[in-house]
Design a protein around this ligand. Structure first.
Ligand code: F6R
Length: 260
């Protein structure tokens, strides 16, 4: 796992946008795994800026979102479908038929989840998966004790996640209790993964992800098993990393490292 420590949220977002741009320049028909929440907003803004500047074309891109709340229709302002369209899709040129978001209102969750997995495979798998991390260390909605080989499925949210996400709803009781989410195994199948984190509230989760044991109690720690995972954090989110000096040294020495 590579750890990149940036000064602040803006630099985290820019570093992540550069990685997405590199992927799209190398492979204009790349398949991107998308995350919602506060963390990737700056990344999406930077991608939209580059698109508007004529630097990035999304016309051949396919996307798969990580998760969706159960019970929220697509036009609900707190649905992840709505979030993605408002904050990203309506500002770039991804063809509508290339956008895939789990359905929070399907009449058959089991069949839908199986179809979602199959669809990812049919599109050639995910080239780059973008992740945030929950304060409890979850990725997507893979809450503590989720199987490290789990696939897309229905999941009950942890109380901590319901509390954390209550800020987006009028009342805590409005936060859905269930979500449909890609599994840890689904995420680990992506060819490349970037996990972004910003702020003190993520410091514990980041330290556990990078330096803690690989454990289903912190599903982000599964990234330690991935061959191409990069964790991009700001100073606050890096606050509890014991080996921070080493990560900064690696980053500093990177330009003079032998080509591989
Ligand atoms: C959202 C998702 C979640 C969030 C996590 C952090 O699609 O998969 O795992 O990435 O809950 O959320 P924020 O960024 O709002 O702190």
């Amino acid at each position: 796992m590579e750890v990149v420590v940036q000064k602040d949220y803006e630099q985290v977002s820019k570093a992540a946008a550069q990685i997405v741009a590199d992927v799209l320049n190398a492979r204009p028909n790349a398949v991107l795994g998308m995350a919602t929440g506060s963390t990737p907003l700056g990344l999406y803004q930077e991608l939209v800026r580059r698109h508007n500047a004529g630097e990035l074309d999304f016309s051949r891109v396919t996307t798969f979102n990580l998760d969706e709340y159960v019970g929220l229709p697509v036009h609900h302002p707190q649905s992840y479908d709505y979030f993605m369209h408002e904050n990203f899709f309506k500002h770039v040129n991804i063809p509508a038929q290339n956008i895939n978001i789990p359905s929070g209102t399907t009449s058959n969750y089991r069949a839908f989840c199986a179809w979602y997995e199959k669809r990812i495979g049919e599109c050639g798998g995910i080239d780059l998966q973008i992740l945030g991390v929950g304060s409890d260390g979850h990725i997507a909605f893979n809450e503590p004790t989720s199987s490290m080989s789990s696939r897309t499925r229905l999941k009950t949210l942890a109380r901590q996640t319901i509390d954390d996400n209550a800020r987006f709803f009028e009342k805590r009781e409005d936060v859905p209790i269930y979500a449909i989410t890609m599994g840890v195994g689904t995420i680990l199948d992506a060819r490349r993964i970037i996990l972004l984190a910003s702020g003190k509230g993520k410091a514990w989760a980041v330290a556990q992800t990078v330096e803690g044991p690989v454990t289903s109690m912190v599903t982000a720690s599964a990234l330690q098993m991935h061959q191409d995972a990069k964790v991009i954090v700001d100073h606050d989110a890096a606050a509890e990393l014991k080996m921070r000096d080493y990560y900064e040294f690696i980053y500093e020495m990177k330009p003079s490292a032998p080509a591989v």
